[in-house]
Design a protein around this ligand. Structure first.
Ligand code: ASP
Length: 331
């Protein structure tokens, strides 16, 4: 993909799943004009997201700068990636499961700890918006599979073929040669997890993905699981994850990071501890990538990963930057 530079790759952890992409790129964009969006308490809007999804943070920033809520910024920001068919890890154009079906996972969480999620949903291009509807229009937090899809239709979402020709071609190729064995050097999971603070100082977050490429049918990772792929506590901060979701679920990674910030750690320290906990549970393995990002109530941010190459995009009134993340393992 155009924004990516592959520096190093590592093998997947599950038979049939392909490798973790590890990237680094750095770019900085100044906003069109200098604006001060700080409120009377000095809280400044900010949007950050996993990887260099700069179009997503640019959209989120536009919402925030225009006075919109962090929740709207999150939804509209990540929708950019869901709609981008060249992004084969999120939304339409995402790589399918091993049976050729694109199944999407997403969750969203607001300043009042309301949350909604959809799991393993097919044929709907914007799972983040369905997750928001689950949060706002139902007494539930999660809807899965056919139920989620049916709910989406009831809410007016259109049926969409999510499998692009490109992803289909690659899947057919994968089927021919690998038969669920590990393939190295193919981008397979770059979830977008986003966190934002609005002019009122309120934090929201969202996470959306097509999950691991060529996963088992029905497989769900961390991304739509509140506490694992995403967690927000408006009094403290928020965290979100990308990478091999099974490992994030095992440590309830995003919740852990927010709790570490509650205990006084900075977002950076908390992300580092989150990764260390995962490594402590995987003493004999280094063949997978995880990246965490976090933000606290003061707008301080942090990011940390296992292998070098992870970064996070950040947009504030200072402009946009792709922030390379430090890593547990060194290059
Ligand atoms: N965390 C996602 C999952 O395990 C993968 C990713 O980050 O792309 O489904």
């Amino acid at each position: 993909m155009k924004r990516r530079k592959f520096l190093k790759n590592s093998s997947a952890v599950t038979a049939g799943l392909i490798s973790v992409p590890i990237l680094a790129s750095c770019q900085e964009t100044k906003p069109e004009k200098s604006i001060s969006t700080a409120n009377s308490e000095g809280i400044k809007p900010i949007a950050i997201c996993t990887w260099d999804f700069h179009n997503a943070t640019a959209k989120a920033w536009k919402v925030l700068k225009d006075g919109g809520s962090s929740l709207d910024a999150i939804e509209q920001g990540v929708m950019i990636e869901e709609a981008d068919v060249n992004n084969q890890t999120v939304g339409k154009g995402g790589r399918p499961d091993r049976d050729g079906n694109v199944t999407l996972d997403a969750c969203i969480m607001d300043k009042d700890s309301n949350c909604g999620a959809v799991l393993c949903m097919q044929n709907i291009a914007h799972p983040i918006s369905v997750a928001r509807k689950v949060m706002e229009d139902t007494p539930h937090v999660m809807l899965a599979g056919k139920g989620a899809e049916q709910f989406a239709y009831e809410k007016g979402f259109e049926k969409t073929n999510l499998l692009t020709e490109q992803s289909k071609k690659e899947w057919l190729e994968w089927k021919k040669t690998s038969k669920y064995e590990t393939i190295i050097n193919i981008e397979n999971h770059d979830t977008i997890g986003m966190l934002a603070i609005d002019k009122d100082g309120d934090i929201a977050g969202g996470c959306t993905t097509s999950g691991m490429s060529y996963k088992f049918a029905g497989r769900v990772g961390d991304s739509p699981i509140i506490g694992a792929g995403l967690f927000v506590d408006n009094e403290i901060g928020g965290a979100t994850a990308t990478g091999v979701g099974e490992e994030v679920v095992r440590t309830v990674g995003s919740f852990l990071i927010v709790e570490l910030m509650r205990q006084g750690k900075s977002p950076q320290e908390a992300c580092e501890e989150g990764v260390k906990r995962i490594m402590a549970k995987n003493k004999d393995r280094e063949d997978f990538q995880i990246g965490f990002i976090a933000i606290n109530k003061n707008g301080e941010t942090g990011g940390y990963c296992i292998h070098p190459g992870f970064s996070y995009s950040m947009f504030t009134e200072e402009g946009q930057i792709n922030h390379p993340s430090d890593s547990y393992l060194k290059a």
